[in-house]
Design a protein around this ligand. Structure first.
Ligand code: GTP
Ligand code: MG
Length: 382
């Protein structure tokens, strides 16, 4: 802070001098009356001493932005030395920041180039193929690293099938912890959950038909989808074809009674209403209505035509329910099956079935890692 003392015959005159000297922003720090005695104390003269100051450094630091170096408008006319020093520092800072940013961008580019330039062309086009199958970035990066370290130093051309074998090995490893395969037939209740229109009822009909035709099981159905008459009729049609009973439940109490009534059967398929399961409320309603205990096996049905990010938010809503496996539907309507791998690995859930058409009971396949890997590579051009 710059401080200065002023002596004037009146306060008004002192203020005038301060304003002229330090400007409008000056502040009064102290003032007092000074009496001077002349001629052996016989004449007394009264004046005012005022100490004023101006905070130049702080004023400059409080400026909202750095000076615009590109601006052609002149800088303030009376830069004090402090101001000039700050401006110089600001200029240096700006230049430094720009240089560091440029350097960082250049380093990143070089790093990317140097990693990719070490990838042979065939490896790059293999990675492009995985991308076309919509595997997640996380998986593609990990597979690229795996391939790169596997084929490092190789001078001759790498065959597509060799890269495929390494990739399959990697994906098999990542899927090791999850259960893959159809109905275990050792659980009595099969809960089938999922959002609207993904193919729950159709898939139940397909699973039920297999259980009857291939495994000779006695089966029955329960539906909690009481919102649409058509939904009940749809299930009754399939049940009629398989000569199996259907119970319609509206409450947890109904559910208990239905279970008791159908207790003589081997397997009971529980069809549920499709809901917007991005809302937690519907998941809670479901948890209140049906049994997720020891005797139940629960599947979350996911349509492969849905956006992966939307599917993820639905899966996350179901996280507290004991669902170990997905059923993926509508494989016939999509060209990429990366989503199956992405979701199983990300959510650590297995695969019961995938379905690939509207025909009941034909269009369903039990989960099988080998078949999934075959599907992943069936679109390869080589
Ligand atoms: N292309 C194709 N369509 C399918 C598949 N599975 C089911 N669908 C069709 O998807 C539509 C909806 O099937 P539903 O079984 O009624 O679906 P849902 O999940 O029970 O529907 P809501 O009960 O309304 O929630 C029907 O037209 C089915 O034929 C499949 O694998 N591929
Ligand atoms: Mg349905």
């Amino acid at each position: 802070m710059k401080m200065k003392k002023y002596n004037a015959p009146s306060i008004a005159e002192a203020m005038k001098a301060i304003r002229a000297d330090l400007g409008e922003d000056a502040v009064i720090l102290n003032s007092k009356v000074v009496v001077t005695k002349k001629f052996f104390g016989l004449v007394k003269k009264k004046s005012f001493e005022v100490v004023a100051g101006i905070d130049q450094v702080e004023k400059k630091q409080a400026m909202p932005s750095l000076p615009d170096l590109n601006s052609s408008s002149p800088q303030p006319a009376s830069p004090k030395p402090v101001l000039a020093a700050t401006e110089e520092a600001a200029t240096i800072n700006r230049e430094l920041i720009k240089e560091i940013t440029d350097l960082k961008t250049m380093m990143e580019k070089l790093q990317r180039q140097s990693v990719q330039s070490q990838y042979p062309d065939e490896l790059l086009s293999f990675i492009d193929y995985l991308r076309s199958q919509e595997l997640s970035i996380e998986l593609i990066t990990a597979i690229s690293d795996e391939l790169f370290s596997h084929f490092k130093g190789r001078t001759e051309e790498i065959a597509f099938d060799d890269m495929r074998i390494v990739t399959e090995g990697y994906l098999r490893d990542r899927l090791r912890g999850v259960e893959i395969g159809g109905l275990s037939y050792d659980k009595k209740y099969i809960n089938v959950l999922g959002p609207t229109g993904v193919g729950k009822t159709t898939t139940i009909a397909k699973m039920a038909a297999r259980a009857v035709l291939e495994k000779k099981k006695k089966i029955g159905f329960i539906t909690t989808d009481t919102y649409r008459i058509a939904a009940i009729e749809q299930l009754k049609t399939y049940a009629g074809l398989l000569q199996a009973p259907v119970e319609i439940v509206y409450s947890a109490e109904d559910y208990k009674q239905a279970i008791e009534k159908l207790d003589y059967l081997d397997l009971i398929f529980i069809d549920t209403a499709g809901r917007n399961y991005k809302e937690a409320k519907y998941v809670n309603d479901l948890a209140q209505l049906i049994d997720f205990g020891e005797l139940a096996e629960s599947f979350l049905v996911v349509s492969l035509t849905a956006k992966e990010r939307d599917v993820e938010s639905i899966i996350e809503q179901f996280e507290n329910l004991p669902i170990k496996k997905f059923i993926f539907t509508k494989l016939d309507e999509t060209n990429s099956i990366g989503t199956i791998f992405n979701l199983m690995i990300k959510y650590n859930k297995g695969l019961a079935y995938y379905t690939d058409g509207q025909e009941v009971p034909e269009d369903i396949e039990p989960g099988d890692t080998g078949k999934l890997l075959e599907l992943l590579f069936q679109g390869e051009s080589k």
